[in-house]
Design a protein around this ligand. Sequence first.
Ligand SMILES: Nc1ncnc2c1ncn2[C@@H]1O[C@H](COP(=O)(O)OP(=O)(O)OP(=O)(O)O)[C@@H](O)[C@H]1O
Length: 272
Amino acid sequence: MSGETLLCARNLSVQFGGVKAVSDVSFDVQRGEVFTLIGPNGAGKTTVFNLISRIYTPTAGEILFEGRALSGVAPHQVAALGIARTFQNIELFEHATVLQNLLIGRHRHLDHPLWKELLFTPSVRASERATREKVEQVIDFLDLQHYRDTMVAGLAYGVRKVVELARALCTEPKLLLLDEPSSGLNVEETGDMAFWIQDIRDDLGITVLMVEHDMSLVSRVSDRVLAMSQGQVLALGTPAEVQAHPGVIEAYLGSAGDLSSLRRKPAIEEAA
Ligand SMILES: Nc1ncnc2c1ncn2[C@@H]1O[C@H](COP(=O)(O)OP(=O)(O)OP(=O)(O)O)[C@@H](O)[C@H]1O
């Protein structure tokens, strides 16, 4: 961690009809850390991601990225600032190869004017070369060589998750938003995902902001954890500090117990 703030959320609130999805939430993400949001279903974690991605606009408060307010930034400009995102439900082009998906992801980020593309100007040629190089680097980094010419539709779910990660890395982000990177993965794949996340921070120097339910993954990779419940901040600290916080235990389980997975128990179990 550099001790330098990359992203600053100040007194964020957003309301949908009568539901306060996020209520007066503040936190700072330091450059070079893995910062994780945890919380039971409906706590407001995805809403925070959607505020940072500019899909939602806060009803109060603001988000600063590298000191710049995101309020004036359109959703399609967020990637160009250096913020990339993966989704809970993988969003890839199914009928394109891994390589094509990564090239498309990178192209979206470049945003050359059409006239330059059509004339294939030197700057377009240079950025095409840089694109190829970057995509190949990411394929090597995430060990995807074996799948580069395979259609996404034919890939196992665990590999698709890595391809989605690759597509985000191709945009060379400063901040990577990972929405439930372990969802749908088995124990071994979750272990691999932990290694990738650590390597992304340690080898590429990319800051990671993650939403995650699997506490084994959270504890392994997170520098700091923010626990939320019902749209509000419950606790902030190291994974061990947050897991031991009485308010966190109460919010998830109703009483002390197994915190290995922090998903709220189904209503039927809670009622029993
Ligand atoms: N677009 C929306 N319209 C109406 N209500 C919404 C919208 N988005 C989120 N909410 C509500 O805001 C609250 C927070 O939802 P959010 O998806 O952020 O929670 P979460 O912590 O990400 O949950 P999960 O772990 O299940 O993904 C919920 O009550 C949800 O129903």
